[in-house]
Ligand binder design. Sequence first.
Ligand code: SAM
Length: 271
Amino acid sequence: MQYRHAPAANHAALDAVLASAPGRPTLPVRLTVELAGRARAHLPADAPLTVWDPCCGAGVTLTVLGLLVPGITRLVGTDADPEPLDLARRNLALLDPGGLAARAADLDALAARHDKPSYADAATAARTLVPASTPAWSVAVADARDTAAVRGVLAEASPDDAGPDLVLADLPHGIRTTWAAAPTRPAGAAADTPAPDAGPARAAAADQAQDQAPGVEFLRAVATVLRPDAVVVAVGRGRTVALPPGVRPLERVRVGHRAAVLVRAGALRDD
Ligand SMILES: C[S@@+](CC[C@H](N)C(=O)[O-])C[C@H]1O[C@@H](n2cnc3c(N)ncnc32)[C@H](O)[C@@H]1O
């Protein structure tokens, strides 16, 4: 992938300003900014932007966007796991007035206590940073596949606007960031599996298997609560991010061991 929206930069100091948890890998800063830039190119120019991360974890993705991408008016984070949300609140508080100064003071104290120049460098970075956006933000627990819960959270987070314009989700991978257990299907609602005898039946079975992949189920559920013109960006590990059968992406990108897909919410919806 060629970077078009995120110039090369050393983000090590910014990484040090952000709080993250061991075993919870986050998206590289430059890739986060690039994907937001690409998504924005598919949205009305200069419109204020509400961004939702439905797998927000420690809130690093959202905070990086607020710090480095202008024009964001609202950030909403949800995650099925309550555990990382305190970290997310701590990171997103960097976007509040005085947030970076408070973090710089904490880092100064750490530098003094541990005699570590890296903390001092991070403190300097915190003092130097000027957030590109000063969005309202909120985080809440919600399984992204629980559309009723998610609708409630989004309505509460942004009662006065049309909901998220952009979704940026770093899909679960690895040990600490696995998919939450799937919600149980109501009795009798399990999909029938066609006998994989003839070609068309086999193709249908393959389509169905793809459709049931957790990432595909996740994308469909996320799209249900969005305006059709919203743009969804999903990032995964591996060669590709699966879409429901027949859905055409706006763009696909590959960077190292990651793949991302940009897709219009309306394309993911059945209705
Ligand atoms: C790769 S991490 C995301 C990291 C995050 N972007 C950050 O900045 O820290 C994936 C997250 O997805 C969450 N997750 C797993 N299954 C989920 C589901 N069904 N709905 C919402 N979140 C889920 C995990 O709890 C984990 O925090």
